[in-house]
Design a protein around this ligand. Structure first.
Ligand code: 6PG
Length: 470
């Protein structure tokens, strides 16, 4: 039997698609699933690719089917299932064999697993894979974490299966241990924020300006030809154009407004709080998802307070205002995401390559967009500079932040919730204010707790004469 280049455990949707992708790129692959029937059905349905795929019935068979040193990808649900699989595989593997967790792991779990691997046992890589089912099948974006020598051993396979941006593979090692899964978490936080900002603008169009779904689709399709060109705008234009078979209404109008989540956006927010890195647009997006789940309470709120007034004269806002508000919101959100990445890099000693992160997101992943290429350029000029200060983006913000202000103000006056856009605007206004109001916070802290303050004319550890004048 020809030995396979790589093994894969877990033939759920993503695992199955990734296995087909690997086989299609010419790498013989052995697969195993907890349910043997799933394994065999998968190979039977693989068509022309079946000869490249070896189904195995036991973990021992899987291990025996692989070239040494072995490399085995795990595509199982994040959390305990990954630990269980590592525990089951470890006794079957030899020194130098490697386990690759390609699920949406929490980077802290990946750090722990990498640490365990360093103590002995199989080598370990944690790779973030983005792009959903289609991406896994035809080219995902891959964010790697682990030792360089381990990454280098399988990078030819990962690069071959990844998406390509003008020929450049979207598969990059971000750093040691959990670095790849951390970058994937930031990706997902931005994914939540991008989706939420689109949903907010959709809400202004629908509830404030009386647009029907097909008209909203046209607006979004138009934006997809300009600076907002992105996968998420493209699919939002697509979903608003689709009609429900049962009701003959736009499908988006019959979908319940309660958003699900697996929790990766929440991890991003938790880590940002640990790192004192402000990511208010992402925080607002996570808050909005959580609040969407409170459907009963929202209905009670509407019954008690009445629906918010939602009739803004069409003359108040233009489609161009909304487009520019989205451009500003997007820049602010990504600036926060990259600043969080910088903070994590310093804290965890990773040297995360910010321009390479922007590059790896240019194709294959859910947040792919034309703006990411400009972000890669700006970050390459000076990775330590906040993106809003880079001339290209500063110029775009100059041209768009007043539209953001107009959209947020009008939405507020008309009772339309736009929390992510508003959070972006508030952060922007803080970031453009040299003399903030934190002097008041410092005075209060010193008054009630003698915490001391710095003076504008120099020195720290000062106290106010509160007792005398209080
Ligand atoms: C991707 C996505 C993916 C994620 C889904 C669902 O990059 O392909 O981020 O990994 O699992 O988007 O995420 P939620 O259930 O949290 O919305």
């Amino acid at each position: 039997m020809t030995q396979s280049d790589i093994g894969l455990i877990g033939l759920g949707t993503m695992g199955a698609m990734l296995a087909l992708n690997i086989a299609e790129k010419g790498f013989p692959i052995a697969v195993w699933n907890r349910t043997t029937e799933v394994t065999h059905k998968f190979v039977q349905s693989a068509g022309d690719l079946a000869p490249k795929i070896t189904p195995t019935d036991t973990l021992a068979d899987l291990v025996a089917a692989l070239k040494t040193p072995r490399a085995i990808i795990l595509m199982v649900p994040a959390g305990q299932a990954v630990d269980d699989q590592i525990t089951a595989l470890t006794p079957l593997l030899d020194d130098g064999d490697m386990i690759i967790d390609a699920g949406n792991a929490n980077f802290r779990d990946t750090n722990r697993r990498a640490e365990n691997a360093a103590q002995g046992g199989p080598r370990f890589l944690g790779i973030g894979v983005s792009g959903g089912e289609e991406g896994a099948r035809h080219g995902p974006s891959i964010m790697g974490g682990g030792k360089a020598e381990d990454w280098n051993r399988i990078s030819h396979i990962l690069e071959a299966i990844s998406a390509k941006y003008q020929g450049t593979p979207c598969a990059t090692r971000m750093g040691d241990a959990g670095a790849g899964h951390f970058v994937k978490a930031v990706h997902n936080g931005i994914e939540y924020a991008d989706m939420q900002m689109i949903a907010e603008v959709y809400g202004v169009l629908r509830d404030g300006m009386g647009f029907h779904a097909p008209d909203i689709s046209d607006v979004l399709a138009g934006w997809n030809k300009g600076p907002l060109q992105s996968y998420l705008i493209e699919i939002s234009a697509a979903v608003t154009a689709v009609i429900d078979d049962k009701t003959n209404e736009p499908i988006v109008d019959v979908i319940l407004d309660r958003a699900g989540q697996k929790g990766t956006g929440r991890w991003t927010v938790i880590e940002a709080q640990h790192l004192s890195a402000p990511i208010p647009v992402i925080e607002a997006a996570v808050m909005a998802r959580n609040t969407s789940a409170l459907l009963d309470e929202r209905c009670k709120g509407e019954a008690l307070f009445g629906p918010a007034p939602q009739e803004m004269p069409r003359s108040t806002l233009t489609i161009a205002d909304l487009e520019h508000a989205m451009i500003a919101g997007k820049i602010l959100c990504y600036a926060q995401g990259f600043a969080l990445t910088s903070a994590a890099s310093a804290e965890f000693g990773w040297s995360l390559p910010l321009p390479e992160i922007a590059k790896v997101w240019r194709e294959g992943c859910i947040i792919r967009s034309s703006m990411l290429n400009d972000m890669a350029t700006a970050l390459a000029e000076d990775p330590s500079r906040n993106l809003i200060l880079a001339p290209f983006f500063a110029d775009l913000l100059e041209k768009s932040h007043n539209a953001l202000r107009k959209v947020v103000a009008n939405a507020a006056l008309n009772g339309l919730p736009v929390p992510a856009l508003a959070a972006g605007l508030a952060w922007f206004d803080i970031m453009r204010t040299g003399r903030s109001t934190a002097n008041m916070i410092q005075a209060q802290r010193d008054f009630f707790g003698a915490h001391g303050f710095e003076r504008t004319d120099g020195g720290s550890g000062h106290h106010g004469p509160w007792a005398m004048q209080g």
